[in-house]
Write a protein that binds this ligand. Structure first.
Ligand code: COA
Length: 360
């Protein structure tokens, strides 16, 4: 496009706040650009998903802006509000998401205008600041242009369950070498063995028991999304996608929750540990929840199991001790400038799980 046509197109573009009528167009833009297919499937991207994500969140509707050219949505961006506790106080923070400009319209300043508008709406709604898990494309924009801070290293901590399948997905030749080793290491999938007095069962929904668990354990975390029943039901039960939720009990009393999901990455099934609710100081409960997660993933034939983890924290250490030792990849994690609470820059303060993001 020559400079004159670009200028004409930019002049024709309209910027608008999202409405429920835009969900089909937003879903189309994101589905076309996200690279999903046989080898990659992380989550639903249907209009139903965006209705749930943007308009059913108990913390409030998403703050979103889109750019329209004629009847086409050509750029879109949103911030989801999250009720967090920071240093013992309730705060509203945001999570940025769905930042896309149609390739024909990139470099025209569209996402800049959408972001400016969404951030202004977020500030007006009382959101103190927001966290970002940028793609390689948006990382330099947030980090270098807009001055976001990167305080710690977030990684996928991974445990392989089927070595040849993982090796073959990474490099087919390596898969052939890893074949015999993988067969020796493979173990049968069975029910999770727990110590006497402990039981595990799938939960269909969260209720007063989950509220009581969070009321007890939440204070152990300096910075965390408030994982009460209202949040957990929205995030994992009302979500158009499917999650497996297990409740761990001791003598009948709920002591921990683990939320799991299966995705496809590099063509192989992956067991994702999406969330964990457990007492911060109790290594044993974490260990049992991770054992449940690994066994569940094995039963479903997953080639590996993984969780988000902030390197060098005690939670990271617990994952390593449970066999999720390999740091498969880094997830850039940025915070908006001028956050009023310095604790958000302390890696040891965070309870951060894949459920806090929006990829799975
Ligand atoms: C990332 C993306 C949304 C940018 O959209 P865009 O409409 O082309 O961006 P804009 O033209 O509004 O540019 C925004 C700012 O980023 C800068 N910028 C754009 N691309 C950049 C790049 N590759 N490297 C560094 N800066 C860049 C622009 O100069 C502008 O800076 P300014 O605020 O100082 O003016 C777009 O490239 C895209 O959709 N990429 C694929 C999907 C993706 O990765 N999305 C991110 C998911 S988190």
């Amino acid at each position: 496009m020559d400079a004159a046509s670009r200028e004409r197109v930019v002049g024709e573009i309209e910027f608008e706040t999202f409405s429920a009528d835009d969900l089909e167009g937003i879903s189309q833009l994101i589905t076309a650009m996200s690279g999903d297919g046989r080898d990659l499937h992380l989550r639903d991207k249907s209009p139903a998903y965006y209705r749930w994500m943007y308009f059913a969140n108990p913390a409030g509707a998403a703050m979103g802006c889109l750019a329209r050219h004629g009847d086409r949505i050509v750029s879109s961006f949103a911030v989801a509000p999250k009720v967090m506790q920071v240093d013992g106080r309730r705060r509203l923070m945001g999570k940025t998401m769905d930042m896309f400009t149609d390739p024909e319209y990139q470099g025209m300043g569209l996402i800049k205008k959408c972001c400016d508008r969404a951030f202004a709406m977020a500030r007006q709604a009382g959101v103190d600041g927001w966290y970002v898990t940028p793609s390689p494309n948006s990382y330099p924009i947030f980090k270098n242009k807009w001055g976001y801070s990167e305080d710690f290293e977030l990684v996928y901590r991974t445990r392989m369950l089927d070595v040849p399948a993982v090796a073959a997905a990474m490099r087919p030749a390596l898969g052939r070498v890893a074949g015999p080793l993988g067969r020796v290491k493979r173990r049968a999938a069975g029910p999770t063995r727990l110590p006497a007095g402990w039981t595990v069962a799938e939960l269909a929904a969260f209720d007063a028991e989950a509220d009581a668990l969070w009321a007890e354990v939440g204070e152990g975390y300096g910075v965390a999304i408030v994982r009460d029943a209202a949040y957990l039901n929205w995030r994992y039960v009302e979500n158009p996608d499917h999650y497996a939720v297990y409740g761990l009990r001791r003598d009948g009393l709920l002591r921990g929750i683990v939320v799991l999901k299966t995705t496809t990455r590099h063509g192989i099934p992956v067991g994702e540990i999406v969330d964990i609710v457990a007492p911060a100081q109790d290594a044993r409960i974490h260990r049992l929840l991770l054992r449940i997660a690994v066994d569940h993933s094995r039963r479903l034939g997953c080639a590996l199991v993984e969780a988000w983890s902030i390197r060098g924290t005690w939670l990271d250490r617990r994952l390593v001790l449970s066999g999720l030792a390999i740091p498969r990849a880094k997830i850039p994690f940025l915070l908006s400038p001028d956050h009023p609470d310095p604790l958000v820059h302390d890696k040891h303060a965070w309870l951060l799980t894949q459920g806090d993001g929006n990829d799975v």
